[in-house]
Design a protein around this ligand. Sequence first.
Ligand SMILES: Nc1nc2c(ncn2[C@@H]2O[C@H](COP(=O)(O)OP(=O)(O)OP(=O)(O)O)[C@@H](O)[C@H]2O)c(=O)[nH]1
Ligand SMILES: [Mg+2]
Length: 357
Amino acid sequence: MARPDRDAVEEAEALARAAGYETVGLVTQGFLHHAKYGVGTGKAEEVAAAVRDSGAGIVLLDSALRASQAYSLAKLCKVEVKDREKLILEIFAMRASTAEAKLQVQLAELEYELPRARESVKMARRGEQPGFFGLGKYEADVYTRMMKSRVATLRRKVEEVAKRREIFREHRRRLAFPTIALAGYTAAGKTSLFNKLTGETKSVDAGVFTTLAPTTRAVMVGERKTLLTDTVGFISNLPAYLIESFKSTLEEISYATVVFLLLDASQPAEKFIRSYESSAQALSHLMVKPSKTIAVLNKCDLAPAELIEERKRELGPIEAVAVSSKTGQGMDSLLGVADAKLTEVAEEEGMEGRVPA
Ligand SMILES: Nc1nc2c(ncn2[C@@H]2O[C@H](COP(=O)(O)OP(=O)(O)OP(=O)(O)O)[C@@H](O)[C@H]2O)c(=O)[nH]1
Ligand SMILES: [Mg+2]
């Protein structure tokens, strides 16, 4: 179940697919905020009927649900119900391959569960829900207390990892290598560009959230040895605790000398603008100044030249370069613009970037 516009439906389906679900039916609704089911009662019944007709094994709702709403909807539909945040967490859990990413996902999962567990306990107390995971009231209290202490432990561990990253970063800073971070909406082509520029073979996929752990490699930008970092993609309505959990990896973007903001230039106008806006918002949360950012209009092999020009106009004053990570088109101009930007930023910061021998 999703909002009725095509982009929202497409994105919801991409998330479902990435988590390993096949869509067998779709119900749309403009506002997903009603009290009891998250949707109006009539809609909830429509969903229940669609589940019966299609034999679906699960209902995915492309919005956040409170525990009581998920419970009521599941009871009505007689199948499990998951919301958008749960789905994103599942994808992250499936894809997390490094120890750091696994920790970050575990923390985000607990942050997701904690308010829901608290609500379930309250419901169980009021007798609205039979027990809590089959637990009595006393056990439910013990359970939430245990969860809180696990959240605290995990937060501490995530902070330790963040510190280690900081030490690495400090080490690199002392070597005086400038850094470029690749940021942007999921599936914009960050890893494809990273591979093209570094000769790496990191996984690339049409689905969402392919990359969950940042990788850094050295590349030459003009005469400068520069460290290029691939990062986790953005998506609209990313819950705050997920950003918080992935803070240490996303900080690679905050501390970069220059940021490439990857955009898929082949997207239809509305989707392009929306991806740009969510990415720009994420960058501003990460304290990246627009003057340090270069917009990289990727996938220009799929878009005619006039369209690229139009996209550039839509971006306004931000510096933009069109490239194709597939054909290699535009790589030289991108490196040229990046070189000039690195010089500009270094001058601005009053410390000319040292050119290593
Ligand atoms: N035609 C075309 N396809 C591209 C280009 N760049 C990337 N792609 C395709 O776009 C899809 C996403 O590419 P990725 O490099 O995995 O994107 P990403 O930004 O790293 O995505 P996440 O890791 O999920 O954040 C893949 O199917 C790529 O093959 C390009 O310049 N042209
Ligand atoms: Mg990637």
